[in-house]
Ligand binder design. Structure first.
Ligand SMILES: Nc1ncnc2c1ncn2[C@@H]1O[C@H](COP(=O)(O)OP(=O)(O)O)[C@@H](O)[C@H]1O
Ligand SMILES: [Mg+2]
Length: 289
């Protein structure tokens, strides 16, 4: 496997609290992976560790390795700015800087030494287009980013992450504060970033329905340990595990289980709507015979 990020026996403690336990994961290039699990299970900690965002927490102790393209990111010679240029992060609460829309996007490239106006203009447009917000803001680039709606602010934050052309984008519950419409918009962007711009995406998300529709791989954490790591459609193999962790499986999965139990359906249990339609058609066709 061509892993862009890899963890080897990764353990993390906050004081006595063993928050990540022996995590061995490989993230291949160009994959969209989602992390899910109960509150406090270590999702944010894991994501932050990949970008060295918690090694300054006073009580933290980290053992094991995180390799970005075979480079252990904890090696003393690794420059955190270099790492974050390759591995970008978007948080749950949209956090635009209190400056103009333009300056929010130009901020990263400027810190990397780009000051040419034409070049910055191009980066700003390309990044805003990449995050599907260009049309909404192109006439107000000099206005404050704080005047945007929540969904727009989150897309701006994705654009800001894109501006330094990272290879990997980490997102920690990016739709946690958004309505269903904005949620779908974010996932459409992530799909496009992956398919057209070949970004590797790792997203923490609680909304399992969108995960089944948009991600190729689902990792479940519980108490700092990996409990499940498989394509999202395989959640049907481990329904009890999901339920025991308080993760609601999609309603179509429950429906599939009920129909199976009742002897009305023998096929694969669907996890998203296209599969659900197919199941319903089969059940109806059988009923009509
Ligand atoms: N900065 C911190 N200092 C001390 N403990 C922390 C810190 N951040 C998280 N924790 C603890 O680590 C565990 C995992 O937390 P977190 O990664 O935030 O979980 P999740 O994102 O899955 O809700 C929890 O027990 C939490 O209390
Ligand atoms: Mg969290």
């Amino acid at each position: 496997m061509n892993a862009i990020l890899k963890t080897e026996n990764l353990n993390l403690w906050y004081g006595q609290n063993h928050a990540l336990k022996d995590i061995n994961l490989e993230m291949p290039q160009n994959q969209v992976t989602a992390l899910i699990g109960p509150s406090g299970c270590g999702k944010s900690t894991f994501l932050k560790t990949l970008d060295r965002m918690n090694d300054l927490v006073p009580t933290v102790k980290i053992e094991g390795k995180v390799l970005y393209r075979d480079q252990n990111i904890f090696d003393p010679q690794v420059d955190v700015t270099w790492l974050r240029r390759h591995v970008g992060m978007v948080f749950q609460k949209p956090n635009p800087f209190p400056m103009s829309i333009y300056d929010n996007i130009a901020y990263g490239p400027r810190t990397h030494g780009i000051h040419n106006k034409k070049q910055l203009d191009e980066i700003v447009e390309k990044s805003l287009r990449g995050a599907a917000i260009w049309d909404e803001v192109k006439d107000r680039l000099k206005k404050s980013a704080l005047g945007l709606s929540g969904g727009q602010q989150q897309r701006l934050c994705i654009a800001r992450a894109l501006a330094v052309e990272p290879k990997v984008i980490l997102l920690d519950e990016p739709t946690g504060e958004l309505d269903p419409e904005s949620t779908i918009m974010i996932y459409e962007i992530l799909r496009r970033l992956n398919q057209e711009f070949h970004k590797t995406v790792i997203v923490v998300e609680q909304k399992i329905m969108v995960l089944c529709a948009y991600v190729s791989r689902l990792i479940v954490l519980d108490k700092g340990q990996v409990m499940f790591d498989a394509p999202a459609r395989r959640i049907t193999d481990e329904i009890k595990l999901f339920q025991s962790l308080g993760i609601n499986v999609p309603r179509v999965v429950e429906l599939g289980q009920m129909l199976k139990k009742a002897g009305l359906y023998a096929g694969e249990i669907p996890t998203e709507l296209t599969g659900a339609e197919k199941m319903v058609r089969e059940v109806c066709a059988d009923a009509a015979v």
